[in-house]
Every structure is written in structure tokens, then in C-alpha cells.
Write a protein that binds this ligand. Structure first.
Ligand code: ZN
Ligand code: ZN
Ligand code: ZN
Ligand code: ZN
Length: 224
């Protein structure tokens, strides 16, 4: 594992919990934003806002989505409506459904288990992701094109293909593929000590692996 990637310098701070795994909050404005979002989520009954889907938090931070406190469950606000691709049942996806969605949809060939969209029919196990929430433009996706970059400042942003990567040198996103192409900026060339981590299987499932204390590295994709 490339250790340089596991933490961005200055990304963690002391003023709220350990603050380590929920994004890169390096300045006052961003920290203020985080305080506001965490408070909103706590008011909604979320015990540990740190564990919440970063794409959803980014959407709340930018006011693309707001809980409705006039409802019994403020997070029952509908984000989008879709249909199950297997049984055609209508699905209304709420903010609450997306609390635990993973940052990256790399289980898209394996049932999209990390996705927040779940078919309500008991005998149907169809699932999917909602991507681009943080861009104010939510779309349903099997996961192959759901990749919320957690290395960008603040809560991060969606960057499309799960094989895209964030370059720590130039800050741009680029296609790294499954074999780990370097960024065109050339700044990452010395960083070739990664290996294929076959035991990384729980990444992307359930909570998306954020609690593991590591940044997403597409080169560790278990599908390769
Ligand atoms: Zn279904
Ligand atoms: Zn990024
Ligand atoms: Zn996103
Ligand atoms: Zn670069």
C-alpha cells in the first residue's frame, strides 16, 4: 500500500473528534461547513455523522439537499424516483436510504451491495448507487460510474468512473485504470510500490470502507 496516499498532510484536525476519516478539512471555511453538516445530521437522529456517506454530506453542505424538519423523519425527503431494473417496481430513494452508501461502486458486478438504492420487493435483490448527489445532479448507477473522490478538499466530489484517481501532486483527476496508469502530470512517477491487495474485499461494501482509516486507492481495486 502506498503510504503517502493514506493521509493528506494537515487533513486531520483536533477540534472535533479525531476528524480523520471524513474528508480533508484544512481551512476554517471547510471546518465550519463540516460543523454545520454534522449538526444537521445529529438533529436528524444520526448518531455518528462522521460515518455518513460523504457524497450525501457534500450535497447537504452545498444545500442541494436539506432535511425536512416538519416531517417525523427529516431524512425521509425523496432524492429521486426510479424503477427496479429487475422487477420494474417503483422506488423512491430518500436521504435516509443514502446514509450508508459507499464512496466507490466497485462491487457493481457483484450486486452493488454498497449502493443505497434497494428494491423494496422482498424477493428481489436489486441494488444500485445514486451518484453525483454532490454535484446537485443525482443519477442512478450500477456503481461502475459512481466514484466520490474523498481526497478532494472538504467532503470531496464525484469524478465518474471507479477507475479514475485523484492526483495528490496536481490535484486533478485522471484515468488510472486497473493497472495504475500514472497521472499525465508526471508527479506521481516514484509512487510504484503498490501491490494488488486481494484481501481488501470489504471495501465498497456497506459503509464503503471509510472507517478503515484509509483513503481510497483505485489501484487496490479487488476486481483486478
Ligand atoms: Zn426489484
Ligand atoms: Zn479528488
Ligand atoms: Zn459525490
Ligand atoms: Zn497529477
Amino acid at each position: 500500500m502506498a503510504s503517502r496516499r493514506s493521509r493528506t498532510a494537515g487533513g486531520a484536525d483536533e477540534d472535533e473528534d479525531d476528524g480523520a476519516d471524513e474528508g480533508n478539512f484544512t481551512n476554517r471555511g471547510l471546518k465550519e461547513q463540516r460543523r454545520r453538516v454534522n449538526e444537521i445530521l445529529r438533529r436528524c437522529g444520526v448518531e455518528d455523522p462522521k460515518e455518513v456517506n460523504m457524497c450525501l454530506k457534500a450535497a447537504i453542505a452545498q444545500r442541494f439537499l436539506e432535511p425536512d424538519f416538519s416531517k417525523e423523519d427529516p431524512l425521509s425527503v425523496i432524492v429521486l424516483k426510479t424503477r427496479c431494473e429487475d422487477c420494474n417496481k417503483r422506488i423512491s430513494v430518500t436521504m435516509r436510504d443514502l446514509l450508508d452508501q459507499g464512496n466507490v461502486g466497485w462491487d457493481y458486478e457483484d450486486g452493488s451491495e454498497g449502493g443505497g438504492v434497494v428494491c423494496p420487493r422482498e424477493d428481489c435483490h436489486w441494488r444500485a448507487y445514486v451518484t453525483r448527489l454532490c454535484l446537485g445532479n443525482p443519477e442512478v448507477d450500477c456503481g461502475k460510474f459512481h466514484h466520490h473522490c474523498s481526497q478532494c478538499p472538504g467532503y470531496g466530489q464525484c469524478i465518474g468512473d471507479y477507475r479514475n484517481a485523484h492526483c495528490e501532486h496536481c490535484g486533478n483527476h485522471y484515468f488510472t485504470g486497473l493497472s495504475g496508469f500514472p497521472c499525465p502530470c508526471g508527479g506521481d512517477e516514484d509512487d510504484d510500490d503498490y501491490d494488488d491487495d486481494d484481501d481488501d474485499e470489504e471495501m465498497g461494501g456497506g459503509g464503503g470502507g471509510r472507517s478503515r482509516g484509509e483513503r481510497f486507492n483505485p489501484r487496490d481495486c479487488p476486481l483486478q
